[in-house]
Design a protein around this ligand. Sequence first.
Ligand code: GLC
Length: 529
Amino acid sequence: MSWWQEAVIYQVYPRSFQDTDGDGIGDLEGIRRRLPYLKSLGVGALWLSPFYRSPMRDFGYDVADYCQVDPTFGTLEDFDRLLREAHALGLKVLLDLVPNHTSDQHPWFLESRSSRENPKRDWYIWRDPAPQGGPPNNWQSFFGGPAWTLDEGTGQYYLHLFLPEQPDLNWQNPEVREAIQEVMRFWLKRGVDGFRVDVLWLLAKDPLFRDEPGSPHWRPGLPDRARHEHPFTEDQPETYAYVREMRQVLDAFSEPGRERVMVGEIYLPLSRLVRYYRAGCHLPFNFSLITEGLPDWRPENLARLVEAYEGLLTRWDWPNWVLGNHDQPRLASRLGEAQARVAATLLFTLRGTPTWYYGDELALPGVEIPPERVQDPALRRQRDRAPTPLLPLGRDPSRTPMPWDASPRAGFSTAEPWLPLNPDWPTRNVAAQEQDPRSMLQLVRRLIALRKEPELLHGAYRTYRAAGGVYAYLRGEGWLVALNLTDRAQALDLPRKGRVVLSTHLDREEGVGETLALRPDEGAVVRLG
Ligand code: GLC
């Protein structure tokens, strides 16, 4: 097995992990100082959300220089030191590559917009206005409004699937592809272990720029992007060739035992998602638990999802699972802490690489953000346009600072943090949960350690029972995971006697006979005799 199959990937949102220079915003030096914590959790790899030079209109997903660290986060030297120390601890480091768009302040775009004749004009997607005036077609931005903005100076529109300050690069242009591959080489030479690639499924656009058809699910109040189906702006056939090229860059830097990997951000139905394996993406993010599992938290539904996914994978495809990230509501807010513990048990005992979002190990809740402190550009833009934006509270609630201890500002910063802390930070913080033998933090640590058992790493998955509020499955020959998804006691007949090795309540390790009694909200991992 390769490191990226055995490792748990831990996502750090650099703005919110640890501030060391007293500006209320986290930095690379802060992440470096917290490496021992990450090591003690048992994770094998860190994915760092963007820290490149950026005007921060989309908090770093608008890159103005792919090869520089933004001063908010530190310097290249800080990064090199962080990487060196992470490696010394046996932690891999994945960077967030944002190849679909740049900042409108990137020198490439400044050149591109300077005149129609500029050699970089074709690095972005420029079109004439429609014959009757207005945007070239009906494509809508994810963050609300048309995906086109008119550049007065040159009289043409440029495409941006996100903010107008995030113009889309033209991936049809081989120079663009080469430029992004150069960026990859820059970081690979410095030693990074791979990339999480931002919006990988959006890189290619319909070469004919056809209007997208109306969606039957649209109703007034939904975000603009939901007006249409997206046969011309998502998952275009050209994308696979682009992925293949990126994979070649990674392979050129890989050695046995030291593979450089590509994790792809792809929101697509599973049947289309798995094609990205064929194109060479090591781990196309499987968001099905987020999109379909958490909203319908029943055994029948979870078993259906897991079986559907497992059924689509070939023996060369390695599964992966995700419960949260910086764009999604917090796990604990979706399920409550008791079931969040059950969900963690699921994530770490399914077959495949789990990705874990910082703070979820404390059952951090989504934090209510007062209107005057809202930062998320997606929410600010959509608030004015749609009564029901994609995420009604925006993404800030899931991006609040990591509470480390009970000292002022939770040990995160010496200044007022850029987003408020969770109100219960004096008790819900890392130090407090380190002291509490039954905390969520201890549970996550135990689960990550348990996952290193060979059969939990690569034993086959088989559904054992998915009914009556209990979801149970076998891993390999010797393990059974039983999850009580209800707040009522349940019982499960076991195939044979065994031993409860771990309970989400962290209060029992004991032999079991033919029947396993599950308390309300209890998940148990059983070693079968
Ligand atoms: C991805 C990121 C998100 C960002 C968007 C535009 O979906 O995860 O945070 O806003 O891309 O780059």
